[in-house]
Design a protein around this ligand. Structure first.
Ligand SMILES: Nc1ncnc2c1ncn2[C@@H]1O[C@H](COP(=O)(O)OP(=O)(O)OP(=O)(O)O)[C@@H](O)[C@H]1O
Ligand SMILES: O=C(O)C1=C[C@@H](O)[C@@H](O)[C@H](O)C1
Ligand SMILES: [Mg+2]
Length: 175
């Protein structure tokens, strides 16, 4: 029986924090299903995140993101990797609070090296990447900090190592 007793685990954090990568690993270690919310959005709409931002704007994308989250949270025994901006809408917190919320907190320097070549994240195209990451973090940090658990990740930690640290920290927040 999982230490989470079927309760979902939601990963939140900045783009490039490793929510998708670590989430897959965590699901394996918990014997849980794995859902990547960005992926579900792409599958159900038949469009890439870039296309959705171009067609619907960020506001349209956020609406779809919220609808998808509402559907996902009806299930149990899942690790859910959310999109980096899921924390922006107050109503999304009512969905996230169905489960345990874990913030993968990764320094901007490290996010920068991971995302330097990336073209799949519309908010990071045609901008000064480091400045944009710093700005987004400044705008979002207080929201990410509302997670049940904060895991500060350093450069040398592999996804497996980060997943193990999350699992080890869970008992400290379960009463
Ligand atoms: N612990 C890690 N060590 C080394 N590389 C990592 C680690 N975690 C993630 N990465 C790499 O960083 C990149 C971004 O990771 P990932 O896509 O999992 O981030 P994300 O949090 O899901 O981002 P987004 O919010 O945009 O979906 C990927 O290339 C991934 O392989
Ligand atoms: O941080 C963000 O606002 C985003 C993160 C990605 O996961 C995607 O949801 C999209 O690129 C927006
Ligand atoms: Mg992701």
């Amino acid at each position: 029986m999982s230490i989470l007793k079927g309760v979902n685990l939601y990963l939140i954090g900045m783009m490039g924090a490793g929510k998708t990568t670590v989430g897959r690993e965590l699901a394996k270690q918990l014997s849980y299903g794995f859902v990547d919310a960005d992926n579900v959005i792409e599958q159900t709409t038949g469009r890439s995140i870039n296309q959705l931002f171009a067609l619907e704007g960020e506001a349209g994308f956020r609406q779809i993101e919220s609808d998808v989250l509402a559907q996902i949270c009806a299930f149990t025994k899942l690790v859910i990797s959310t999109g980096g901006g899921v924390i922006l809408q107050q109503k999304n917190w009512s969905y996230l609070r169905h489960g345990l919320i874990v913030w993968l907190d990764v320094p901007v320097e490290l996010l920068y090296t991971r995302l330097a070549e990336d073209t799949t994240r519309p908010l990071l195209q045609d901008v000064d990447l480091k400045q944009k990451l710093l700005l987004l973090l400044e705008q979002r940090q207080a929201l990410y900090n509302q997670a049940d658990l904060r895991i500060s990740v350093s450069e040398e930690e592999t996804p497996t190592k980060v997943a193990t640290r999350v699992l080890e920290a869970i008992p400290t927040v379960l009463k």
